[in-house]
Design a protein around this ligand. Structure first.
Ligand SMILES: Nc1ncnc2c1ncn2[C@@H]1O[C@H](COP(=O)(O)OP(=O)(O)OP(=O)(O)O)[C@@H](O)[C@H]1O
Ligand SMILES: Nc1ncnc2c1ncn2[C@@H]1O[C@H](COP(=O)(O)OP(=O)(O)OP(=O)(O)O)[C@@H](O)[C@H]1O
Ligand SMILES: [Mg+2]
Ligand SMILES: [Mg+2]
Lengths: 226, 226
């Protein structure tokens, strides 16, 4: 579903150079739920942003399906992402002037898609936000904002989802609802999910765990809860 | 150190009324490390903001030391907070135009305090940010930004600290460094820390755990790791 080959991302130069990604080669397979773990600052968000085409590499290549992202124009990249990739941001990136419902439906509005009402209802039910739809982000708790970000991506049902610490601000029960739902999306709808997490309980829901440290892949474990 | 009596916070009115806090009475004792847990949306951040004087109650009273916050003018409240209370925000609230060092020293600059250089060095060492001081928030990872927010409060060494999910975006090792440091601050310097967390491993560092649900205190447990 998605692949990186020799991916390198460097900030700054000379003595102050930071190698956020250092020659990373990794493949995420169709219909699999992969967790990505590693210390704070090890390159997880950078890897996700570059593989989703939200950020440019300094070196190496990234593919989504058969398409190498470096070959695309900005417009082609935006369209490809819009139609194929969902991204749940570590900092949520909600629109402050829109309420929860508008935030959740925004990607589908922008893409001109027909909204599947039954699916929308199921998603907001699963994330526990049914009674919060009319509220703006600043009228929601931290965890409620995180759940709006999660719902926004799940509602659009993209084939490939990058989730950057989707349960970091949730109590274990709310978090489990979302993780169960994601695992179901992979099993029943064949979606591919790549999830960054610091929580080993969350990683246990995945089929595989990839570990980063200092911008490199240092371990790759199948079936972590086996 | 801090106390709430019949604290109530209501948003909206009539059918759409939300009781974020519902008649909460609780006392946090000097020199103790208390964890506050509960489901997403249960009122934890609201309780912390009201007890720190960052938000007004709809009913009831809150005290810091001998002072009932409702009696203070805005100016007196700001001064009291500046000199006595530290707050680590769930969303960090860093200044985007200042680098890490400037963000960390900002409260002390505003208060006109003398900066204890040895303490500053120890704090940034403990949170693992020594090589990140010149970076602005948008040049830092999510967890690094969280650590800047933590360092900002710890560097000023206030007697009373409210920490709203200070390790939510950190791997377990970075998180433990900070929790160890906080527990030391309580044991060695007599500081009082009230920490909201969703992580029971983090709560295990505390002397006491208070549980909220639907804006009420539902449990209060001493020595949770005993
Ligand atoms: N301005 C507002 N208008 C309406 N409701 C609000 C407003 N601010 C907060 N709330 C509601 O008050 C309740 C408590 O919010 P609070 O932020 O204290 O929860 P929390 O326990 O910190 O949750 P989390 O663990 O998700 O951070 C939530 O249901 C939230 O939606
Ligand atoms: N614009 C930038 N300039 C300089 N360094 C940067 C910039 N953006 C990110 N970095 C650095 O790149 C490294 C990797 O960042 P990244 O956000 O990928 O980490 P992460 O693994 O997601 O961490 P966390 O778990 O804290 O979210 C970090 O050390 C960070 O400071
Ligand atoms: Mg990150
Ligand atoms: Mg909160």
């Amino acid at each position: 579903a998605a692949m990186a080959k020799g991916a390198t991302k460097v900030y700054g130069q000379g003595d102050t150079e930071i190698r956020a990604l250092d020659d990373v080669s990794i493949e995420f397979y169709d219909g699999q739920f992969t967790a990505v773990m590693g210390p704070s600052g090890s390159g997880k968000s950078t890897l996700m942003h570059c593989m989703a085409g939200l950020d440019e590499l300094t070196g190496g290549e990234v593919w989504i399906g058969e398409t190498e992202l470096g070959q695309l124009s900005r417009r082609e990249l935006t369209l490809m992402r819009r139609d194929n990739v969902g991204f749940i941001f570590q900092a949520y990136n909600l629109v402050p002037t829109l309420n929860a419902k508008e935030n959740i439906l925004l990607p589908q509005m922008l893409a001109g898609s027909d909204v599947d009402d039954a699916w929308f209802d199921e998603v907001i039910e699963k994330v526990g936000l049914a009674d919060r739809m009319a509220h703006k982000p600043n009228e929601l708790s931290g965890g409620q904002q995180q759940r709006v970000a999660v719902a926004r991506t799940l509602a659009a049902r993209p084939l490939l989802i990058f989730a950057d610490e989707p349960t970091g601000n949730l109590d274990s029960r709310s978090g489990q609802e979302i993780l169960d739902f994601m695992r179901r999306a992979v099993r029943e709808y064949g979606q591919t999910i790549v999830m960054v997490t610091h929580d080993s309980n969350a990683a246990a829901y995945a089929d595989r765990v990839v570990f980063l440290a200092d911008g490199k892949v240092v371990a790759d474990v199948a079936d972590p809860s086996a």
